[in-house]
Design a protein around this ligand. Sequence first.
Ligand SMILES: *Cc1c(COP(=O)(O)O)cnc(C)c1O
Length: 439
Amino acid sequence: MLNTSKKSDISREKSAELYKKAKQYFPGGVNSPVRAFKSVYGTPLFIERGDGCFIWDADGNQFIDFCCSWGPLILGHNHAKIREKVTQTLERGLSFGAPTALENELAELILEHNKYLEKIRFVSSGTEAVMSAIRLARGYTGRDKIIKFEGCYHGHSDSLLVKAGSGLVTFGETSSAGVPKSFADETIVIPLNDRKAVETAFTQFNRQIAAVIIEGVPANNGLLIQEEAYIHFLRDITKQNKALLIFDEVITGFRMGFEGAAAHYGVQPDIITYGKIIGGGMPVGAYGASAELMGHISPDGGVYQAGTLSGNPVAMAAGIAQLTELRSNNFYKNLNTKAEEFVVAIQEFVAAKNYTFKVFHIGSIFWFAFTNQENIRAARDIDHSSMDYYKVFHRELLNRGVYLGPSGYEVGFISAAHNKVELEKAQQAIFESLEVVFG
Ligand SMILES: *Cc1c(COP(=O)(O)O)cnc(C)c1O
């Protein structure tokens, strides 16, 4: 009994005008598809500025932001320390295409506090980091195939825009026009949380599989929290078959603690990729591994990978400022406690009302799901029709000053800038919006 009756909507006049123009310039009016608001109501909001946990759109509407630029802004918007370090750095020039001390500084900050990595290479996006990690895995093992999981997103490189074909273990099918079928043939796509599928894939394609890649915690298609034993199983089976295990920690890196999901599970992956938080809101990605493995990257080794703006000083500066803050005492403990309290209060409200709604969460990542299922661990267990509820929920939240990602498959993030007062305000808005949804 979904209630779609509308209350008064916030003004989106200026955003609508900007969107109209943007559509003349960009496909779909955007530079990244999800921003077009195709899965929710109304025109996309054009954001003018952000501060702390707040953003303001072109019409002057203020929102408590749980999208946080899709995860990078773990300290909130416009953090003073990041702004100062970036400003200081940009006064000396924006880019040199030559090494700078700032790259050493960020690498040192990461490597000295992460026992899962010995060497790292900076790139400019998460996509680039994962693409390079896959190349390294192939170059190192001399094998071509990779195993990826249905529902995990690893950026938009050709090998990874592949979805499951029919049958338990098959070659993938391209999930985008323009990806050659021969590329998709090198990617095996299987469901998460299914040991048998992994075993079958290794039996069928033994000695051809270069790597298994998984998100630290799959968080790009709902929040599909895996059992720890399953992750250990992946570590064991890859080792037995001399394939590499890649943790794509573009979301979980520096989010689930400074050492990310690797430390959360106590599992040593062969290659780890980073993005999002590592750049403090600037375009930075990275991949890292043992010194031995990284020795295969050019110019030391035969796996080529380069970038005109890689290790860009201004981007490094933002990363250094942000990661330095994350090293402060109890940073993650405080953040996660806040997130836990936020989620529990919502769960209690929902339980009392008997709503078909659940908040899945791990650390400061959460996912609002219109479901009664106790656990959702695989993409195929998500009920697609539940997204109709999310659509109404999203609109009602915007009308009450809360900004979530414009799709029910997206997770939300709590930052250090979300204080008790704002979290309570957001809770109230969530309660009211759920009442409208289930009216
Ligand atoms: C966001 C994301 C990527 C892609 O990163 P971009 O910076 O958008 O290219 C890759 N993997 C995961 C797990 C991500 O969440």
